[in-house]
Design a protein around this ligand. Structure first.
Ligand code: ZN
Ligand code: ZN
Length: 775
């Protein structure tokens, strides 16, 4: 059997002590249904011409639900035909009534282009898709408004180009029947909180023009699809999650590079191991894609692999990156699909829905941050035949946690996607924009939300008139609101050579990420910051290729503004609320990418910055701190506990550890006690730490297990050290942190006579969990 030979091939590769887990996920039969009776025959013929003769059950379910007039969110797996779930009703509608309109929202231009091509490929008369984004030339714009009946755009364009100019879009708004929000899980955190408001503004305007569109969302698997949809739309949606598409058998391997120095927790390079796997697999003729987090890593893996394999295989390997033009991307995708290319190394740019056909193997180098991203990457393997999916662990705490406890990764309900459209930092700009678009009256609470009405009444640039709150300013308020930032003041990152804008960095994090001399990553590409203009809010960067990264040293202070929730949890008074964070970046270090050694420390002269955000905090009492009271043991234990908590929070809230900050102090000026704060790194906060508050028991339990399982002696990058520590990882006591967090989980047992003989390694830790939070 061919399949058997292929499997035997990869099993030969997956040997050695590095193999932390090897298992199979079984194949699944598809559940198909005939086309619905009420499907327009022209659409049915178009599907048959494309080789589609039936629907998967979940596609049929979406059809039925949409027929019933509700909103829908589809969260079935990668390659399960989610696009057809929304294309089908749209095509059917337009075949019957070409005057109707549909709006498709994509987080990136590339995805919109792919979908426009897919729609065009049905070749249905009357279906006229067009992309309307920042690249659309002016003379095409009015034509598109006139003739297109499927507008494909992005939330940024909808926010700044379509809604404020709604008089030009009357035809779209009045006839709008479907709004498709594809890849909805991308809309989380700050971006999601903004998009939630943009969608509310869209609903309000559509209503003003007499339409009540239905929304179809698709998302990667998330823990809370109904909540995600409701948070984004401000209206409920039916969840369709029972995946009926067939699935090939998949072999899953977790690969942990060799532990070179157990004392220091030092491991062999993940990039080197990935190259070894990629080289062996492609040399056997297996088509393999290898995902890495940065362009630099992609380059290195590609180079290492080419060095290992025979020249005929080396010629069939290629790197792939976000910076390529559409034509370059398509060429690589085509060669990969045709089997001309055997191995591709890519940054996560490839992760989002782009079609590269069926591959044999997918290797993820380093946990990509969320289980749902990992599943998307793995979904590339074995789409038709059996496939191999591998995670090569980095030294990061989460990666190592998974290597020791594969079930925590493979058996886990995915993370919850979190956003908070009512964050005033985010909301206010949209209230102003909405007022610009039309007077805000009490009835708008239904679409914009009651919070928007409350804010309208206090925002000084709005004036109360007979029809409602109207815009009394002189400029264009939507232009002030950047959807990918919670800070109204953001630094623009400009490339010196071309003058093009690479991105925006919130003021609150600018000094630690784009100070002069910093290495700034844009779509995985390295850039060196040449200058930072504090007046003009501009950072000038140039492309670079260096073997080091930078880490800022900063001093942080946190002041409690207002506790919002306080509960007795795990023997502590656990608080969630608003805090003010002041950060002062005083220096940065250059560190080598391969070994992490410090190459140089450079002082910086930057002013402190402050922002208000959300946090969880707690002050362990004397009982919990027994034996840890002495300085610097006390501070080092708290600091190490804070770092490890931050490292594990992304397991519970769908975020990156870079989204979270922390502070630990032996005596806080307000609590008067030793205190640990974990705060949301975005001004205003988007709900990440509230999720931590709600899942505290599971969160602490995971963190304790992680600390307990790390084989290092006194702390390493895989447990208590943090790549973003403002103190450059000084004062960290792993044993102290473990003692402390271990006592949270078992406060009763150890308290009395036990104390004398408690050493951190002896404490038996049981994971405390809330029922229902994790299977
Ligand atoms: Zn360690
Ligand atoms: Zn730190």
């Amino acid at each position: 059997m061919v399949v058997g030979a292929v499997e035997a091939g990869w099993l030969r590769v997956l040997e050695g002590e590095e193999l932390a887990y090897l298992g199979t996920e079984p194949a699944r039969e598809g559940r198909a249904e005939p086309f619905p009776d009420d499907l327009d025959p022209r659409v049915a013929s178009a599907l048959i011409a494309r080789g589609i003769s039936a629907l998967w059950r979940h596609q049929a379910e979406a059809w039925e639900a949409l027929r019933g007039g509700v909103n829908v969110i589809v969260t079935t797996g990668t390659a399960s035909g989610k696009s057809l779930a929304f294309n089908l009703p749209v095509l059917d509608l337009l075949a019957r009534d070409p005057k109707s309109r549909a709006l498709y929202l994509y987080p990136t231009k590339a995805l919109a282009q792919d979908q426009a091509r897919a729609l065009g490929a049905f070749g249905l008369k009357g279906v006229k898709p067009a992309i309307y984004d920042g690249d659309t030339v002016a003379e095409r714009r009015w034509q598109i408004r006139k003739w297109a009946n499927v507008i494909l755009t992005n939330p940024d364009m909808l926010h700044v180009g379509i809604l404020p100019r709604h008089d030009r879009w009357g035809d779209l708004l009045a006839n709008l029947r479907y709004v498709v929000v594809d890849e909805a899980h991308v809309y989380r955190g700050v971006f999601g909180s903004h998009v939630a408001n943009v969608l509310r503004r869209l609903r309000r305007l559509a209503r003003a023009y007499g339409s009540e569109p239905q929304f179809v969302l698709t998302s990667a698997t998330v823990a809370n699809p109904a909540r995600l949809a409701e948070a984004l739309l401000g209206a409920p949606a039916v969840v369709i999650e029972d995946d009926a598409a067939p699935k090939a058998e998949r072999t899953v391997a977790l690969w942990n590079p060799q532990l070179l120095d157990p004392e220091l927790g030092l491991r062999a390079s993940a990039l080197g191991d990935a190259a070894r796997l990629l080289g062996s697999l492609t040399s056997q003729g297996l088509r393999t894609i290898c995902f890495a987090k940065s362009r630099k890593a992609v380059e290195l893996i590609h180079r290492f692999t080419v060095d290992r394999v025979e020249s005929d295989v080396a010629r069939r390997l290629a790197p792939y990156r976000a910076g390529y033009t559409a034509a370059q991307r398509r060429e690589i995708e085509g060669r990969l699909m045709a089997g001309d290319l055997l191995g591709v190394t890519a940054t996560d740019a490839l992760e989002l829905g782009i079609d590269i056909g069926e591959l044999d193997c997918a290797i993820s180098v380093g946990f990509p941050g969320t289980v749902s991203s990992l599943r998307q990457q793995w979904g590339r393997a074995g789409r038709r035949g059996s496939g191999l999916a591998v995670l090569v662990a980095s030294e990061d705490a989460l990666d190592q946690f998974f290597m020791r406890d594969p079930e925590a990764l493979l058996g886990r309900t995915v993370e919850a996607a979190i956003l908070d459209g009512t964050n005033p930092r985010v909301l206010d700009g949209h209230v102003l924009s909405a007022a610009f678009e039309g007077p805000i009256c009490p009835a708008d609470a239904e679409t914009l939300g009651p919070e928007a009405l409350e804010r309208a009444a206090v925002l000084p640039e709005l004036k109360h008139t007979e029809p409602g709150w109207v815009w009394a300013g002189t400029d264009y308020p939507a232009a002030r609101v950047l959807l990918r930032s919670a800070d109204r003041e953001s630094f623009t990152v400009v490339e010196a050579a071309t003058g093009s804008v690479l991105g925006l960095v919130e003021r609150s994090r600018a000094f630690s990420t784009i100070h002069e001399g910093a290495v700034y990553l844009h779509l995985g590409e390295q850039h060196l910051v040449r200058s930072l203009d504090l007046e003009a809010l501009i950072a000038v960067v140039s492309a670079a290729s260096v073997d080091w990264y930078t880490q800022a040293k900063k001093e942080t202070e946190t002041a409690i503004v207002e506790p919002l929730r306080v509960e007795r949890r795990l023997g502590l008074d656990l608080a969630f609320g608003r805090v003010s964070v002041t950060e002062h970046v005083v220096a940065y270090q250059r560190k080598s990418i391969s070994g992490g050694d410090t190459l140089e420390t450079v002082p910086l002269d930057l002013p402190p910055t402050s922002f208000e955000t959300e946090a969880v905090w707690f002050s362990p009492g004397a009982d919990l701190l027994h034996g840890l009271e002495e300085m610097p043991k006390l501070l080092s234990s708290l600091h190490a506990a804070e770092h490890s908590l931050i490292a594990l929070l992304p397991l519970w809230a769908m975020c990156d550890r870079w989204d979270i900050g922390g502070l630990s102090t032996n005596v806080h000026f307000q609590t008067g006690l030793p205190t640990i704060f974990v705060y949301d790194g975005h001004p205003g906060g988007v709900g990440i730490t509230e999720r931590g508050f709600e899942s505290f028991e599971g969160w602490v339990g995971d963190t304790t297990r992680m600390l307990r399982g790390c084989p290092c002696a006194a702390g390493c990058p895989s447990c208590v050290q943090s790549p973003k520590c403002g103190n450059l990882n000084e004062f960290l006591d792993k044993a102290g942190a473990l003692t402390l967090l271990g006592r949270f989980c078992q406060p009763r047992k150890w308290m009395q006579p036990l104390t004398a003989r408690v050493s951190s390694s002896e404490i038996a830790i049981e994971t405390a969990r809330h029922p229902g939070e994790q299977p």
